[in-house]
Design a protein around this ligand. Structure first.
Ligand code: HMG
Ligand code: MG
Length: 302
């Protein structure tokens, strides 16, 4: 057992949490979500994506969101699917970018109009243009299941992750896009990836559709992984993964990490309170068991 002493949480609610919503969340509300969560102690955000506004209308105001964030000491990252996205991200002065590939050709085609090999060529072209000082995170999505092709090949995940590491991506994040994989599925993926990529460069991104995400977080911690994405209130989904629920809730992860004595950013009660208010204001379901419990306990105490 080699659990990390500290885990870096990237808060994904502003991007993954909102991207699939049918109703447009006003730019000021997106900015307020980031500002309020940063006041609750979170320091790193998967904030926006620089993608086609036809494909993902919710992210059409990405540059304005980045420009509007009040605090200068938070890390703001934007997803970039191609060179045009990179150009927009740099103009918006993000701190980091996320590039995209997947273990499934069909998902990748639906997601970014490129099969896996083409997505890797796009990543290569983006890496050739990224200025130093911009942190690059590469996502390998559909690590266990594809919404269109079914179970995916753990070996393919490992090969892609290794190439991305060799190309110099700072972090390789394994995305369980559909939220279906059990500990057994994720164990197979991690075994292959950890053979090829140093654990210090790996992170995980679990959706929680089948209630497996927290168990997969524990598995990842046990493997020594110290970076993860989570989403306050369990917000999230992917427009190209129909039926996928949100990311593992930040509050649930915080409760877990607190119990394990693992250091992390953020205050659970404050995060829960911000996310519950955001969900209530925008008629969204608040989905964090730990968050609900913490807020209920605080009410009893008050
Ligand atoms: P393409 O094939 O290179 O695009 O990329 P194209 O050149 O054929 O252009 C198609 C249209 O998009 C054109 O507009 C372009 O102007 C426009 P039209 O003439 O049709 O009106 N366009 C852009 N607009 C703004 N910014 C850009 C850009 N590039 C082209 N950068 C593209 C197609 C990738 C752009 C498109 O498929 C797209 O935007 N897809 C959305 C991808 C996305 O946001 N997916 C969700 C995030 S991924 C995710 O959630 C998974 C993750 O959470 C991990 C996990 O859960 O596993 C990260
Ligand atoms: Mg996702």
């Amino acid at each position: 057992m080699s659990r990390p002493a500290r885990v870096d949480i990237t808060e994904s609610s502003p991007r993954d949490g909102l991207q699939s919503l049918g109703v447009f969340i006003p730019t000021e509300s997106k900015i307020a979500l980031i500002d309020d969560l940063s006041m609750a102690g979170l320091a790193s955000f998967d904030a926006v994506s620089f993608v086609s506004p036809t494909a993902v209308p919710q992210m059409a105001d990405a540059a304005d969101v980045i420009a509007g964030v009040a605090r200068s000491d938070v890390f703001l990252s934007g997803l970039v699917p191609n060179l045009r996205g990179l150009e927009s991200a740099l103009a918006a002065e993000v701190d980091g970018i996320g590039v995209l590939t997947a273990a499934s050709d069909t998902f990748s085609e639906r997601n970014i109009n490129a099969d896996v090999e083409e997505s890797m060529r796009r990543i290569r072209s983006i890496l050739d243009e990224v200025p130093s000082g911009i942190r690059v995170r590469a996502y390998v999505s559909t690590i266990t299941h594809c919404p269109y092709e079914g179970p995916t090949d753990a070996g393919r995940v490992a090969v892609l992750a290794e190439r991305l590491a060799e190309w110099g991506c700072d972090e390789i994040f394994l995305g369980e896009t559909l939220g279906k994989g059990t500990v057994g599925d994720v164990e197979r993926v991690l075994a292959g990836v950890l053979d090829r990529v140093p654990v210090s460069r790996l992170g995980v991104h679990f959706h929680d559709t089948y209630g497996q995400a927290l168990a997969n977080v524990v598995l990842s911690l046990d493997a020594g992984i110290d970076k993860l994405d989570s989403s306050a209130g369990g917000l999230g989904g992917c427009p190209y993964a129909p039926g996928a629920a949100g990311n593992v809730a930040t509050e649930d992860v915080m409760w877990l990490l607190g119990g394990l004595g693992i250091e992390h950013d953020g205050h659970i009660e404050q995060v829960a309170s911000v996310a519950a208010r955001f969900c209530s204001d925008h008629h969204l379901q608040y989905r964090s068991r730990a968050g609900e419990a913490v807020l209920a306990a605080a009410e009893v105490e008050a």
